[in-house]
Design a protein around this ligand. Structure first.
Ligand SMILES: [Zn+2]
Length: 153
């Protein structure tokens, strides 16, 4: 019993130290030239992994402040780059855009039509996408949305 308890404490301490180390390494807000050069020297697969990690961190931090508010099951990547076209400084406002009857980012338009949007936004999708591609397409878009999200009436 005593051993189990002390190993639990040791485990917690290790998790804490690892967490602090992780926090330390992801903290620098502007990566130095060296850091960028280091990543660029890696394989494409490793660069991809680093890029996804950074994008996840951007989305996570902004989401905590309510500034990454996407309309997809899995939040889009595009808004991080497409700024200020959608949100300011890597923010995402795609969900609110749709509620306002305005089109979301291009990635979200594609993903919504593939059925990867948030189900509760179904009533707003056709109008919001028609805002981009032409109001004359709204009815047809609604047919497509109905096919893609059949479970929600
Ligand atoms: Zn988006």
């Amino acid at each position: 019993m005593k051993i189990a308890k002390s190993s639990l404490i040791l485990g917690l301490a290790l998790v804490l130290i690892a967490g602090m180390a992780f926090g330390y390494f992801i903290k620098p807000s502007a990566p130095s030239e060296d850091h960028l050069a280091m990543i660029k020297n890696k394989s494409i697969a490793e660069q991809r992994e680093a890029w996804i990690g950074i994008a996840d961190s951007i989305r996570g931090e902004l989401a905590m402040e309510g500034k990454y508010d996407c309309c997809l099951d899995k939040p889009c990547w595009y808004c991080i780059q497409k700024t200020p076209g959608h949100g300011e400084g890597a923010e995402c406002t795609c969900r609110q855009d749709i509620l306002n009857g305005e089109h979301p980012c291009g990635e979200c338009i594609g993903e919504i039509l593939e059925g990867h949007g948030l189900a509760e936004l179904k009533p707003f999708y056709a109008k919001a996408i028609a805002h981009k591609v032409g109001l004359q397409h709204e009815e047809h878009l609604q047919d497509m949305i109905n096919d893609m999200y059949p479970e929600i009436q």
